[in-house]
Design a protein around this ligand. Structure first.
Ligand SMILES: O=C(O)CCC(=O)C(=O)O
Ligand SMILES: [Fe+2]
Length: 399
């Protein structure tokens, strides 16, 4: 998992292809090196990935203002949310699976889980990918915010692992402390007195002063739940297990029932934090012993261009939009296929999540996500054929 292809035009820049699951592409240098790097043959996956790369600097290194950049052509992107807007080619790929899925009932709560009864869900498949499902967001705004809150407050904190812990050691209350700094900076900007109760930053595991929590939050790229995926040996080991959140377990088990992938026990999850210039290179998720159970993926915030590829990188992937609240189920063939995120669409943050009178608990989270067009993605996996340790099966099914 996460062994991504290096883009030869960005090979010597800040593209991380090892442990962190996503590549934060440095478009600036990418643009500069395009002309000097020898042209290597790139895969079909990379060719399509590059269609969504924007040049942000001129050849002599000058910043191109956002409004003057060559716009990205999103017309080839398949859109399950605007069926009529699709190219004729993409229309042929879209399968309406609504009737296959909506008959599998489970108990649910409109207030806290899904606002739409499963019989009202809109579910699509992709031609050539049996087992792949796309569910148009069945969440209310407040349910979306619940997962955003969990991701920032709980999932990114110890004992769960994240990309920042790898360098600095465990950092407690990353969000809470970062939020205090955000509030403090705002007050000072307004000429007011800053907060008095800012937490003193501890030294990190190397005895070095930690960067500010705001800076750390800016670097937050991923965290792991349940079996903590070990990026270097590329495996899950029973030694590194943290309790899997019950409410997330319940949610994905219900989605698994709807799509007939039950029984499903989420034993591990990756939580990805993207900002406006993040990408995730093409990769396979193949470290799980159980590959017959799908990856169930929920996303909130800005819109992504997701690439659904094939078993090799030599086949062009299908680019598709994933918007806030949409659910993607990668089962069947798609479970064995390359995929990635080519682009976070400019200015695509879901304005439905923005509320002038937001409660204090959420105000800064939404502001933080919106200001850099951020996106939170949570994707779950069953790791073992016989689920072990904390993996619980909740009986949600209506008999
Ligand atoms: O962000 C996404 O939609 C995809 C994430 C993904 O593929 C992964 O974490 O393995
Ligand atoms: Fe993946």
């Amino acid at each position: 998992m996460y062994e991504t292809e290096e883009d030869p035009t960005t090979a010597n820049v800040a593209t991380t292809t090892t442990a962190p699951p996503k590549n934060t592409e440095n478009n600036d240098k990418a643009a500069k090196t395009t002309t000097t790097e020898p042209i290597k043959k790139v895969s079909e996956f990379m060719r399509v990935q590059r269609l969504f790369r924007q040049v942000t600097k001129t050849e002599n290194g000058k910043n191109i203002p956002k409004e003057k950049r060559e716009p990205i052509d999103y017309s080839p992107v398949l859109d399950f949310n605007n069926l009529e807007n699709n190219t004729e080619e993409n229309k042929k790929l879209i399968i309406d699976c609504t009737s296959n899925v909506t008959t599998h009932e489970f108990e649910f709560n409109r207030e806290t889980e899904f606002y739409l009864h499963p019989s009202e869900w809109k579910v699509y498949g992709l031609q050539g990918y049996p087992g792949f499902y796309f569910i148009k967001s069945p969440f209310t705004v407040s349910q979306q915010k619940k997962w955003i809150k969990h991701a920032l407050e709980d999932y990114a904190d110890p004992p769960n692992n994240n990309n920042i812990n790898l360098f600095h050691g465990p950092i407690k209350n990353l969000w809470k402390n970062g939020e205090m700094e955000i509030i403090n900076d705002e007050l000072i900007k307004q000429g007011k007195e800053g907060l008095t109760q800012l937490t003193e930053r501890p030294l990190d595991k190397n005895g070095e002063q930690l960067p500010t929590y705001r800076q750390l939050l800016d670097k937050l790229a991923w965290s792991t739940l349940g079996y903590q995926y070990q990026w270097t040996p590329r495996l899950y080991s029973e030694e590194f297990y943290e309790e899997f959140p019950d409410d997330l377990q319940e949610l994905v088990q219900k989605i698994a029932i709807a799509t007939k992938f039950d029984p499903y026990v989420a034993e591990a999850a990756t939580v990805n934090f993207y900002s406006e210039d993040s990408i995730m290179g093409g990769h396979l998720d193949d470290a799980e012993q159980e590959m017959e159970k799908p990856i169930i993926s929920i996303s909130f915030g800005s819109t992504a261009v997701f690439l659904m590829g094939a078993e090799t990188r030599d086949i062009a992937p299908v680019p598709l939009f994933i918007r806030s609240g949409d659910i993607v189920i990668m089962g069947g063939r798609s479970r064995y296929c390359y995929h990635g995120v080519a682009k976070i669409v400019e200015n695509s943050f879901d304005l439905g999540l923005v509320n002038e009178n937001e409660e204090p608990d959420l105000k800064y989270k939404i502001q933080w996500l919106k200001e850099k067009n951020r996106r939170v993605n949570i994707n779950t996996r069953q790791v073992f054929k016989e689920p072990k340790l904390g993996g619980k099966l909740v009986n949600n099914k209506k008999e």
